[in-house]
Design a protein around this ligand. Structure first.
Ligand code: HEM
Length: 147
C-alpha cells in the first residue's frame, strides 16, 4: 500500500491564508496532498521505489510520511478495519489457494479517485499445492515499482 497507494492524492481547501514551506496560500485555494509521492520520499525510504516488505521492521515513519490513510483530523476512519481486512485476506488466500497471474498479462494503471487498473487483472486460482508460475507483466504498472 506504500508503492500502490490506493488513494494517491487528496484535495484540501485552504481555510486561512498561510505560507508553508515558501508557498503563498490564500484562503479558499485548493491544494493537492500527494500521498503517492510522499510514500516514495528517498529521505524517508531508502531505495524508495523497491518493494521490500522487510523495511517496515526498521523504518521509523508516521502518518505524515506514510499518508496512505491520510493524516490529521480527516484521516481515514476505516483505517483499523481496513488493516484487519487486508491482513486476514493476505493470510487466508495461501492457506487454500495458489493465485497465479495469467501468462503475459498487461496491466495499465489509471488514477481516478483511487489507483486502479485499466483492465481486469486476471488470476488463475489453483489448489494450494500448485506451483508459483512467474510470468511477464506488461503495461504501465511496472513504472510503479523496481525489482
Ligand atoms: C485499504 C483501504 C483504505 C484506504 C487506503 C483508505 C484511505 C483513505 C484516505 C486516504 C482517506 C482520506 C481521503 C480524503 O481526505 O480526501 C480516507 C477517508 C475515509 N475513509 Fe478510508 N481507506 C480505506 C478503507 C476504508 C474503510 C474500510 C472504511 C470504512 C469502513 C473507510 C472509511 C473512510 C471514511 C468515512 C473517510 C472520510 C473521513 C473524513 O473525511 O473524516 N475507509 N480513507
Amino acid at each position: 500500500m506504500r508503492l500502490f497507494t490506493p488513494v494517491p492524492y487528496q484535495v484540501r481547501r485552504v481555510a486561512r491564508a498561510a505560507q508553508p514551506v515558501g508557498a503563498d496560500l490564500k484562503e479558499d485555494d485548493r491544494i493537492l496532498i500527494g500521498s503517492w509521492a510522499t510514500n516514495r520520499l528517498a529521505s524517508v525510504y531508502a531505495d524508495a521505489e523497491r518493494f521490500k516488505p522487510d523495511r517496515w521492521i526498521e523504518t521509523d515513519s508516521n502518518n505524515y510520511d506514510y499518508p496512505t490513510f491520510s493524516a490529521g483530523p480527516r484521516r481515514c476512519v476505516g483505517y483499523g478495519l481496513a488493516m484487519i481486512m487486508v491482513k486476514i485476506t493476505l493470510a487466508s488466500i495461501p492457506l487454500k489457494r495458489r493465485p497465479n497471474l495469467v501468462p503475459n498479462i498487461r496491466i495499465d494503471t489509471k488514477v481516478a479517485v483511487t489507483l486502479c487498473s485499466r483492465q481486469p487483472i486476471r488470476v488463475v486460482m489453483s489448489n494450494r499445492n500448485a506451483k508459483i508460475v512467474r510470468t511477464d507483466v506488461h503495461g504501465t504498472v511496472s513504472d510503479l515499482y523496481a525489482l
